[in-house]
Design a protein around this ligand. Structure first.
Ligand SMILES: N[C@@H](CCC(=O)N[C@@H](CS)C(=O)NCC(=O)O)C(=O)O
Length: 203
């Protein structure tokens, strides 16, 4: 790829940052276009023409093809790279964690963060399931990372990119990582490998 692709994203969104990080890590030229999610940018008619699902991230490839869903986008970008294991079982293990991220991690940790941090809702007004299920997700990650350096084994894969996105911001969702030492060490390893530095608020 020599022509840049365009990433439509909100810099406060972990789902969008996944795409930015993978493109940068792999040296894929990319132009970032801000879409203001809290300001309703994903619901404007011109954006809905691009992605009728009304969500970021969205990528427009150099040939004009449009792709959405963060984990589908990063898989497309990283095919053939060291971020995607070539062998079927390690590849499936990576995908296992990427699907898990979308169904069992992001809907609790990212959603609680959005409600607290962006919508300014009080913790007592939130569905308690968000904290319970988010903590369950962190416990499973902690147990996994006590056994291996990365989520799908001993090397960085897209599973780590997908999961680090909201785990490193989990404190903004009211999740205290103090009791999860293996996760904290892993966040540092992944940030180091991606060259993104420690989380210091929306980029
Ligand atoms: N499963 C999607 C989730 C995308 C998503 O929920 N994006 C949020 C920002 S993180 C969004 O665009 N929300 C805008 C809206 O719901 O109007 C992905 O991984 O890309």
């Amino acid at each position: 790829m020599t022509e840049p692709l365009t990433i439509y994203g909100d810099p406060g969104s972990g789902n969008c940052l996944k795409v930015k990080w993978v493109a940068a890590h792999l040296g894929i030229p990319a132009v970032w276009r801000d879409v203001d999610v809290p300001g309703g940018g994903t619901r404007r008619p011109e954006f809905l023409t691009l992605n009728p699902a009304g969500r970021v991230p969205v990528v427009v490839l150099p040939d004009g093809a449009v792709l959405s869903e963060s984990n589908a986008i990063i898989l497309y970008l990283a095919e053939g790279s060291a971020l995607v294991p070539a062998e079927p079982l390690p590849r499936a293990r990576m995908l296992q964690w990427m699907f898990w991220e979308q169904y069992s991690h992001e809907p609790y940790i990212a959603v609680r963060r959005y409600q607290l941090h962006y919508l300014g809702r009080a913790p007592e007004d939130l569905d308690p399931k968000l904290a319970e299920r988010g903590t369950d997700a962190l416990r499973l990650m902690e147990a996994t990372l006590a056994r291996s350096a990365f989520m799908a084994g001993e090397t960085l894969t897209l599973a780590d990119v997908a999961l680090v996105a909201y785990t490193r911001m989990a404190h903004e969702g009211g999740f205290d990582l103090a009791g999860f030492p293996a996760i904290r060490a892993w966040v540092g390893r992944v940030e180091g490998e991606l060259g993104i530095g420690p989380y210091a608020g929306p980029a």
